[in-house]
Unconditional design. Structure first.
Length: 310
């Protein structure tokens, strides 16, 4: 499957990193994915729906899996089947797939490793296995269904791969409600890079957040490690005050992903706050996009090429 994406850019493509070009294309990817997934036939999936849903991956793929789990839990209108998310290495230990389960293996490249091994185990145990991978990646023998996302990313700091996987899975499992919300998200413009550079400075030492905010913080920290080569730590807001706070200097630069009702909102004094507003299942998505752009801004401010080619 091929896609042609037109993007609006600031400046010329010649002076734009691959990461920036990819991030600017994300909204076009969401529109294509949500429309495509909305058109899937129910007969392609087991009759009666899942007994449980299990998401797994490693790195950013696990964070995408976790954010999908939390998004599912936000939607109070869905069928109340258990939704589990864990690292691929925990499949068969903390989560044991069984017949009737739908398991989603988040693996952008599907090049082997623990996620493919976990999918193979789930298939042997009788679960319905869904491979969530980039467009053009071949379906693994242990996958009973292939759910394509975005074109294969050319460099390692995965951005569109993360949001594209979340778009595909939530559009599939939440249906019209998610598709409508993704459509609304495509109308939100990308952050202004120059403004992000002024706000980001040389980046944070710590990023905090609770619930979805914690996993956004972890993804933001990972993007800062990859794009800016910056050793950023991420913690849950409450977790931070139970030990890690004593390892941070009084003048440490802290970013905070502020969720409504985060019990530590009044105690955290961040240098930069990323707000999450609203109660819809995907209300946190603009915060993820902001963190991606802030990571890129930090890399540029530090004179680091964000394109990590492995």
């Amino acid at each position: 499957m091929e896609m042609t994406i037109e993007t609006s850019t600031e400046g010329t493509e010649e002076n734009m990193s691959i990461v920036e070009t990819t991030m600017r294309a994300q909204r076009d990817y969401w529109k294509e994915i949500s429309v495509r997934v909305a058109g899937l036939e129910s007969r392609e999936f087991p009759h009666g729906g899942p007994k449980r849903i299990i998401f797994f991956g490693v790195g950013s793929s696990f964070i995408a899996a976790k954010l999908c789990q939390l998004t599912m839990k936000r939607d109070r209108t869905r069928n109340r089947v258990p939704v589990i998310a864990c690292p691929s290495t925990h499949i068969g230990v903390d989560a044991i797939p069984t017949a009737g389960d739908w398991v989603f293996a988040f693996t952008h490249r599907a090049g082997g490793g623990p996620t493919v091994a976990a999918m193979e185990l789930a298939n042997r145990l009788g679960a319905f296995t869904v491979q969530v991978s980039a467009l053009g990646v071949e379906q693994h023998a242990s996958a009973q269904y292939l759910l394509p996302t975005v074109p294969l990313e050319k460099v390692e700091p995965h951005t569109a791969a993360v949001t594209g996987a979340i778009c595909a899975v939530t559009s599939l499992l939440l249906g019209a409600k998610a598709v409508e919300e993704w459509d609304a998200l495509t109308s939100v413009p990308s952050p202004e890079l120059d403004l992000c550079r002024r706000r980001a400075g040389n980046g944070p030492e710590v990023i905090l957040g609770e619930w979805e905010g914690e996993w956004l913080a972890r993804e933001g920290a990972l993007k800062l490690m990859e794009m800016a080569r910056l050793p950023v730590r991420a913690f849950g807001s409450e977790e931070f005050f139970h030990g890690p706070v004593f390892s941070v200097a009084a003048d440490a630069v802290i970013w905070h992903v502020s969720m409504p009702k985060d019990p530590r909102n009044d105690f955290i004094k961040p240098h930069h706050q990323i707000g999450v507003f609203g109660s819809s299942p995907l209300a946190w998505m603009p915060a993820l996009i902001e963190l991606q752009w802030m990571a890129l801004a930090t890399a540029l401010n530090r004179g680091v090429n964000p394109d990590l080619v492995l």
